[in-house]
Write a new protein. Structure first.
Ligand code: GLU
Length: 450
């Protein structure tokens, strides 16, 4: 998981971009880089292997002026971590720059085809192929940069979030996504772009989550425009973030994981709030209540997840079987998606993911839906891909989890799954009112016990 940050507006882009990269450092990376267009319409690109702070030092004596730019932290998938392979990558004439998160599966074929047209590659990355392909289409057809990006993406197989800028269009960022998240932040006269909301929240709480196969055209001083890869206009759904900057800072703790451990009394309270009645006699989850007959008639529940979420699923599956008397299976999403599973329309699939962006879990959801299952999401990030791809679901509401080893998200997931087991049991009448009350009251006591 690498990171992308973009900015266009009235302020100097460099400090905003590098601060944004620092916010994304928790995702892990091996190199960092930035591309800026200065007032002379010159595209300056600086990149280096190592930390964002090393990039900042490297740029100290450089021209870092400009009110438009894109930046990147790389987690190498194609080519070793070094200065050349770091992003941004650029066109042969150094007038177009790209940052990319993801992998291009058919990059070898594309690279060979471009080499036959005389294209020379500097790096070992899959990403450089995309920018050289954009350049090839742009120069050979004379089309607009947007059309060149769109046509290049038509030829690309793989997963990507990209941002492109060009000295030929110094007031525009073009961004696109497929299976890799991208969020656009909209403020007065400026627009932000990032892999998740953490670099954006200190500037604006108005965001648009780009959907798969969408391309955003971010022009200085103009409203955001979003089209599909097929060049049709897309609807723009502006959401208000409920996150605060303090949630992204360490708040006096030496590291995020410790902070997040100590946040659990509050996060669990937020997770339970409004979902268990004050007297403990009712567990209310709208995703279950609104789909009561599906849960009453479900023949089986399959929980799909990866990593920590899978471990939460193991507990959830046990509780659902025990309390709601529905057979439950827990599957690794990465196995499920390739296993040709037997799934039918009276199955319910529960997909669990903190970020709501786990690629294997998203693929498992797609497969389950194709096979007619009703899919329920349990995730943390509001408006994430999994929240959108599922039929309904429950957010865990524990706030951003920066620590890589999950703590509060895990306890939030287990809490939601426990409430789900109780809510289904209550619907099906497989739990006595006394047992329901005592269990629900015990859950309500947890925040004050830890
Ligand atoms: N596949 C690209 C590379 O290796 C991007 C990796 C990433 O997502 O950071 O450069």
């Amino acid at each position: 998981m690498c990171g992308i940050v973009g900015y266009i507006g009235v302020q100097q882009a460099f400090p905003i971009l590098t601060k944004g990269l620092h916010r994304l450092e928790y995702r892990g990376y091996d190199s960092a880089g930035v591309a800026l267009i200065n007032t002379d319409n010159r595209l300056n690109i600086y990149k280096s292997h190592g930390k964002v702070s090393e990039l900042e030092r490297f740029c100290e004596s450089k021209d870092i002026s400009g009110t438009i730019g894109i930046a990147h932290t790389r987690w190498a998938t194609h080519g070793e971590p070094n200065d050349t392979n770091a992003h941004p990558h650029f066109s042969t004439d150094r007038r177009i720059a790209i940052v990319h998160n993801g992998t291009i599966e058919n990059y070898t074929v594309l690279k060979q085809a471009l080499e036959q047209h005389g294209c020379v590659f500097d790096s070992d990355t899959d990403t450089e192929v995309v920018v050289k392909l954009i350049e090839y289409i742009y120069r050979s057809t004379g089309c607009s940069l947007l059309n060149a990006v769109r046509e290049a993406l038509e030829q690309v197989v793989g997963a990507y979030a990209i941002a492109v800028i060009s000295a030929d269009a110094p007031d525009t960022i073009i961004a696109a996504r497929k299976s890799s998240p991208l969020v656009i932040g909209i403020a007065d006269g400026e627009t932000f772009l990032a892999s998740d909301a953490s670099p954006i929240i200190e500037h604006t709480n108005q965001v648009v989550y780009l959907r798969d196969n969408e391309i955003a055209i971010i022009k200085r001083g103009e409203p955001l425009q979003v089209i599909t890869n097929k060049n049709e206009p897309s609807t723009i759904d502006i959401q208000t973030l409920r996150m605060s900057v303090s949630q992204l800072e360490k708040g006096g703790y030496p590291h995020f994981m410790l902070k997040e451990i100590f946040e659990q009394p509050n996060t669990l309270f937020d997770c339970i709030r409004g979902r268990i009645s004050a007297d403990g006699t009712k567990v209310q989850l709208s995703g279950i209540e609104d789909n009561a007959s599906r849960f009453i008639n479900a023949k089986r529940i399959v929980l799909v997840a990866c990593g920590t979420s899978w471990h939460a699923g193991l507990i959830g599956g046990r509780l659902i079987e025990e309390l709601a008397r529905i057979p439950a299976r827990v599957e690794y999403a990465s196995e499920f998606r390739y296993a040709n599973p037997v799934i039918s329309s009276d199955d319910i699939v529960i997909a669990i993911s903190q970020s709501g962006e786990t690629a294997d879990t998203l693929a498992a959801i797609k497969l389950a839906k194709e096979r007619g299952a009703f899919v329920y999401g349990v995730c943390n990030v509001v408006g994430s891909s999994i929240a959108r791809a599922t039929d309904t679901g429950t957010y865990i509401h524990v706030g951003p989890e920066i620590g890589v080893a999950s703590t509060k998200a895990f306890t939030g997931q287990v809490t939601v799954l426990t409430m789900m087991a109780l809510a289904i049991a209550q619907l099906k009448g497989t739990i006595s009112p006394d047992a329901l009350r005592s269990t629900a009251q015990s859950i309500c006591k947890i925040p004050s016990l830890i």
